[in-house]
Structures are given as C-alpha cells and as structure tokens.
Design a protein. Sequence first.
Length: 251
Amino acid sequence: MLFAATGMRAVEALSIRIKDLDPQSHHPRLFVRGEFTKTRSDRTIFLTKEVAHQLSSWLDYKYRSRRVCYIGNNGKTVTEYRTPAKNETDLVFSVYQSVENPNPNNLYTELSHFFGKTLDRMGKGDREEGNKSRRQITLHSFRRFVKTTISDLGYQDFSEYFIGHSGSTYWTKKESEKAEIFRKIEPYLTFLNVYELERQGADIQSKIEELEELDQSFGEKDKMKDDAIAHLSDQLMALTARMQDLERRQQ
C-alpha cells in the first residue's frame, strides 16, 4: 500500500527508520534519506491518512509482546512472553532483530522475490513478451500508477515532485501549498478507506451529472437554434410568396 500511495522507489521505502515517520501530524509524512534516493537529496513525502494508520498498525504488531518457547538448560520446554526492544533507528520493514540493521538493498532482493511469488499465487505473474526474466507487473508498476494518477488529475508538475524527480517547480514552493494539493489528490490514492472511496465515487458521479446536464443544455440550445432557423425559413418562404403574388398583380 505504501508503494501504491507514494510512488516511492523500493529501496527508498525499505530504508525508512521509525524516526523518519510522522504519522500523527496534521499532514502525515515521512522522511527519506538522500543516500537512498536516486537524486542523492533528502526529501519528505506526504502520506494518506490510510497509509499512516497502516504503518502505525504494523509497528504495533511488529513490537507486540509474543509468546516464546524454547528448551531450557534442564531439557524442559520454557514458555515466556517477550517484547522486542524498539529503537528509533530500527528499519520499519525489517522483521529481524539484530545488533546492526540490515542493508535496504538486501531487503529489496528478498521483497522482490516474495512479491513475485505473491503475483504467481494471484495468477498475475505473467512475463513480458520477449523477456521472460521480467514480469509484466513489478514493484515499479506502483510508481507508474502514482505518477499517472496525479498527472491525470491535472497536476503534472506536482507529480514529478511527488515521486522525487528533479526539475519540478514544487521543490521551491511553500509546504502549505504542496499540502493543499496533496489534500485534493489524497482520495485518489486511497484504497481501503470506505468513506474516502465513497466520497471519491460521489465526486465522480457529480462530475458525470454535470456533464450530462451540460450535454442536455447543449442539446436544448441546438433544438432552439434549429427551431429558430426553421421559423426564419418559414418567414422567408412566406415573404417570397407574397413578393411573387405582388409581381403577378402588377403584370
């Protein structure tokens, strides 16, 4: 969901630490370290409320207390509850507990592998024609989806900024201005939030009704125009007949 709502590159997402998240602010966001971006520049990404909630839920689950069973020194099974230590520098999507955090690039290899297996189980793992080593759907497909979705809403330049491309004018614009645009596109990057989906559907239905009314208005105007032309034609024919009648009388 994070990929589909942010358009982040996979390694960017896998490099996120707990301290990089700000899911509780008025405008939820996350920070991406420049060492893991293609442009080598730090950047901040707005999060939909849905994704912010999912990330918080994931962290609650990851650091939950869990029952652990092991064989003790006396050879008997020992059962106890343990709660993993939570450090602000922990990688959000690393599930292993170790002294040093895993390398995001190594996590990408594992993520890509299991994503491919998931596609196969769903029956969506078709390969590209002429390149059987590459699937038609990849992690990068989410990035293209976000770029296209925002562009189609009329925010082409903002879409470039949002997915981290250099050259967009939004890199120098005020944070409040960028937040306002994100507020407008947020419903279109929401997937499981029923309220937001209903609001998006209502918005689309409203636009359809407006277009239908506009089309009907044009139709009525066309009919009025046709009626006016027909009326003028009748008047012209009547005037022509009267002139012909006057000419015959003068003869």
